[in-house]
Design a protein around this ligand. Structure first.
Ligand code: NAD
Length: 371
């Protein structure tokens, strides 16, 4: 059976890293048919809109998509295409695994946690306005509903059970935000009571940041609201080795879309310099979602061995600040070719080289939804 998947190359480094993921997908032998649609700057040029209808139509039809990052103008200009896609397709669960790859680029070689972020409401609802004509005061509304809080907390506990992760931490700021924070907190507590087999605890967002930097190994699944989850997932990407290696997935009730945590990194656009690993690990998550577990294991293993060997890695994995074994930097396309070359050769059952701690579930971001 051929899988028809929507592919959105995106802006900046997006076309390069999505091309890398396609190359690796071809190496798995899993039959894909890519429906390529433009969003962001390319779509403004060709169709006059950053989010033309054919993008949403294609994702609705195929129910599965892989996407590169899309630039959002800062402070003015069009609304975030990323936020619009999530809201219009009701992709409510943003899942961002933070796994150290081969113990490289991190003080915490065993770090393996998952941030589950509500992705349709909160402070990203787009409800904001200037209070006065002179623009000296402004308001952004933090929309929190019981329905969205219940379903994201349920998603997090279900994921913890499925992946045999025994611990879920609910993150909020209910001491200060006594309506929105308390609503999310109540939803979390009531959902936790339905999962007695999972350890549940809570942290205030500020304390959570400090705890993660000091002892990330004590956390497993973190569930929180939109903006807090956005910030925490970048923090966790940093713990696990950086934005270049941090994949992400968005799930609705019937649609899944895979995109890296990183943005379009405009300063590296067109230079064949960006790290393709995050987008290639998005492909791994996509394969797991399709139930193509063996191909997903091969992709994960090929990434791991490439990062471990350090013969062909991009600048971010080669720098002295990242590794105690600095090496010359390779290009995005060369690293992608190296990972693709390894895919059919690796032995997914062999112990992972260079592992210094036993992650609770390496590569076990399995299929969370019925397809
Ligand atoms: P960014 O993630 O694009 O870049 C931050 C820095 O991280 C880069 O300068 C680079 O040093 C590094 N980096 C990121 N990805 C990398 C990769 N694959 N390989 C190597 N280094 C990498 O964040 P930003 O500069 O804050 O945002 C740029 C644009 O991307 C903005 O318009 C923002 O809105 C957008 N953005 C989009 C998404 C998305 O599409 N989901 C996510 C985040 C940011």
């Amino acid at each position: 059976m051929t899988y028809r998947v929507t592919l959105v190359p995106g802006d900046g480094i997006g076309p390069e890293v999505t091309q890398a993921a396609r190359l690796v997908a071809d190496a798995t032998g899993v039959p894909f048919e890519w429906e390529v649609v433009e969003a962001g700057e390319a779509a403004i040029k060709s169709k006059g809109s950053p989010l033309p209808d054919d993008v949403l139509d294609s994702i609705r039809r195929n129910k599965i998509a892989i996407k590169g990052p899309i630039t959002t103008p800062i402070g003015s200009g069009f609304r975030s295409v990323n936020v619009a896609i999530r809201q219009q397709l009701d992709l409510y669960a943003s899942v961002r695994p933070a796994r150290a790859i081969a113990g490289e680029g991190t003080r915490y070689p065993g770090v393996n946690l998952v941030v589950v972020r509500e992705a349709t409401e909160g402070l990203y609802s787009g409800v904001e306005h200037w209070v006065d004509r002179d623009h000296t005061a402004a308001e952004t509304v933090n929309v929190i509903t019981r329905k969205a809080s219940d379903r994201i907390c349920k998603f997090a506990f279900d994921l913890a059970v499925r992946q045999k992760r025994g611990h879920v931490t609910g993150v909020h700021k209910a001491n200060i935000m006594k309506t929105t924070g308390a609503l999310f907190q109540t939803a979390f507590r009531e959902m936790a009571a339905k999962y007695p087999q999972v350890r549940a605890d809570e942290r205030l967002i500020d304390n959570m940041c400090m705890q993660l930097v000091k002892k990330p190994d004590e956390y497993d699944v973190i569930v929180t609201t939109n903006l807090m989850g956005d910030i925490l997932s970048d923090l966790c990407a940093g713990l696990a080795g950086g934005l270049g290696v941090a994949p992400g997935a968005l799930y609705g009730d019937s649609i899944a879309m895979f995109e890296p945590v990183h943005g379009s990194a405009p300063k590296y656009a067109g230079q064949d310099k960006a790290d393709p690993v995050a987008e290639i690990l998005c492909l791994e998550l996509l394969l797991r979602h399709l139930g193509e577990t063996q191909a997903a294991d091969r992709v994960f293993r090929a990434v791991w061995e490439t990062v471990y060997e350090k013969k062909v890695v991009t600048y971010d994995l080669a720098l002295p600040g990242y590794t105690d074994r600095p090496v010359p930097a390779s290009t995005c396309s060369a690293m992608a070719r190296e990972i693709a070359r390894k895919v059919p050769l690796v032995d997914p059952s062999a112990p992972l080289p260079g592992i210094t701690a036993a992650p609770s579930s390496v590569g076990a971001i399995d299929k969370p939804l019925e397809t």
